[in-house]
Design a protein around this ligand. Structure first.
Ligand code: AHM
Ligand code: MG
Length: 338
């Protein structure tokens, strides 16, 4: 019997190519980087689903016989992304949350015009508990003159300079979500054929349902942030309340809020006066995606996208999600925190 389907199947490769058509001057380089990230995602995904097995296999000696080493998943993810991108001639420099310094392109390869920043495995402290983790990435054009190696200046760019960003969430299924500044599109990995298929075209933030923050730290928060949290719960003059959801894996928390509506925040507190999350590897790319889906991202005082980073691993407070909720946070902070 012939297979019948009314639904057009769009692979991520096809989608990325179609997106490129919107830019007549495009050379295909950005397209190729995005496609390589999809390949990295598949490799990392196949490992994350085997997390926990490594020890068992290792204990049998099987791994040693095959010459493989049991590796921490975040190191594995870092290495995969680096290896897929070091020799392509598309990048001039990389940066990873796992590496203290910028990552140069090995001198035997040519340098290109783009910069790739990534958090190989966000939320990795959750791996032991079988909770969703993810990979985050952003792509910039280099700032320094074309040719030689890229520098720190190429890496320290504002969120508003992002050319493309995305994330992969390794959850009950693996999803890749990306934007080249032309909306946000989500793909689900079909493990039986090893392809990412378009499952969530043109994602827009729906009406807010959730708020997500680690309320265990509430006593360390400023008056404004505490009042804002009460407002989200239907106090402080608010007539409505939101549901609390906090996974502790930013990528999974923001992904849920992107599809379900809401706000995620990781404020500054007395212990971490600049918050916990990294501006370049976490805040900028996730803010880009959320803003492309109609939301807004702020430090609590100004848009994330306007901040000029000065350090590779600089941290920032982050409020991200439905615009009216993030603006409300800014309002509380301005009013009560001076
Ligand atoms: P990581 O990059 O070391 O994984 O840390 C970032 C993670 C985020 O995914 C998450 O939102 C946050 O740390 C959770 O922190 P906390 O346990 O303080 O709530
Ligand atoms: Mg992280």
């Amino acid at each position: 019997m012939p297979l019948r389907t009314n639904k057009r199947i769009v692979t991520i490769e096809r989608h990325i190519l179609d997106e490129q058509a919107a830019f007549p001057d495009a050379t295909g380089t950005l397209t190729a980087i995005l496609y390589d990230m999809a390949v990295a995602a598949k490799l990392i995904s196949s490992h994350t689903t085997r997390a926990g097995l490594a020890d068992i296999i290792g204990a049998t000696g099987e791994v040693n016989v095959q010459g493989e080493e049991v590796q921490l998943l975040d190191e594995y993810a870092h290495r995969i992304i680096f290896q897929l991108n070091d020799h392509t001639g598309r990048l001039c420099v990389m940066g990873s949350e796992e590496e203290k310094e910028i990552i140069p392109i090995p001198s035997k390869y040519t340098c290109g015009k783009y910069v790739l920043l990534f958090d190989p495995l966000d939320g990795s402290s959750n791996i032991d508990f079988n909770v969703s983790v993810g990979t985050i990435f952003s792509i910039f054009r280099r700032k320094t003159e074309f040719d030689g190696p890229g520098t720190l200046e190429d890496v320290l760019q504002k969120g508003s300079d992002i050319v493309a960003a995305g994330y992969i969430v390794y959850g009950s299924s693996t999803m890749m979500v990306y934007s080249t500044g032309n909306g946000v599109h989500g793909f689900t990995l079909d493990p039986s054929i090893g392809e990412f298929l378009l499952s969530h075209p043109n994602i827009r933030l729906p009406e807010a349902r959730f708020y997500s923050a680690n309320q265990g730290y509430q006593s360390r928060w400023s008056d404004g942030v505490q009042r804002y949290t009460r407002w989200l719960r239907g106090e402080e003059g608010n007539t409505q309340s939101l549901s609390l959801r906090y996974i502790g894996s930013m990528i999974a928390d923001i992904h849920r809020n992107l599809l379900g509506g809401g706000v995620f925040y990781y404020p500054a507190d007395t212990k971490s006066p600049n918050g916990k999350l990294r501006m370049l590897f976490e805040a900028q790319p996730m803010s880009f995606i959320i803003e492309q889906a109609g939301g807004y991202a702020s430090t609590g005082r100004q848009p994330i996208r306007d901040i000029q980073p000065t350090q590779l691993h600089q941290r920032t407070p982050l409020y991200v999600g439905n615009r009216e909720l993030v603006e409300k946070a800014e309002e509380f902070i301005a009013k009560y925190d001076g």
